[in-house]
Ligand binder design. Sequence first.
Ligand SMILES: [Fe+2]
Length: 290
Amino acid sequence: MDSPAAAVIPAVYGASDRPPRGDYSRGGSVQADYTCPQDWASYTAADHDTYRRLYERQAAQLPGLACDAFINALPSLGVKDRIPHFDEINERLHKATGWEIVAVPGLIPELPFFTLLANRKFPVTDWIRKPEEFNYIVEPDVFHDLFGHVPMLFDPTFADYVQRYGAGGIKAHELGAGEKLSRLYWYTVEFGLIRQPDGLRAYGAGILSSVGELQHAVLSNEPRRLPLDLLRAMRTRYKIDTYQSNYFVIEDFAQLFDLTAPDFTPIYEALAVEADIEPGVLLPGETGKA
Ligand SMILES: [Fe+2]
């Protein structure tokens, strides 16, 4: 691992008057790649209780709404009544798919994020929301990152997709297309839906870790649902502070892996001359009922 960075710069996404949340100094323990030790000793009894209550509430509403891969892998997170040690999860995760989770102090910039994914390391914020943020938090915390993301990394095909996404991200960053590519992450890894034989289900972490969005994404007639198309998804802007007004649906995880096999350079060239699409807007010929 690299030597500790003297000053690791926190990431800010979008316009915000607030300083980014999280302690990026940690007494010099944050590395140049933004990883740090999980500060498990600093969790209070209230922190563990927040995790336990979030886990319990969210697990109860998964049947019929979360995809099978997620439900089957959730027990691999281990303990439910306190914040787990990342090392314990890593023993199981590494055996399953060769991935590991690494602690980070909060959101990290684009290139280090892509680089970690390309190396099969998933960054997990190690702090948890305050009790008064139980129902809603703007930034990802340890509950969103662990509960929402990590079970899917136990699925070999999905795990390969995320690694391929990271490798593509490094290239996109060099081409100045990182923001466009990040929309693909948003509409798959964060807010993706999959059509199982028994119906529509969620696989995106932003849905799976949200108390209200699971029902909205899978069952509500309100949002538009479109078949996943790379260009369409990467043209579509997104909102970070409301439920999504459109979702993209896949047929299986191999589709994600296959879609991201080609070189994206021609797609970025096409995107450069195509206008962005506002969330929730349908183009001619689209029904929004995928
Ligand atoms: Fe996330």
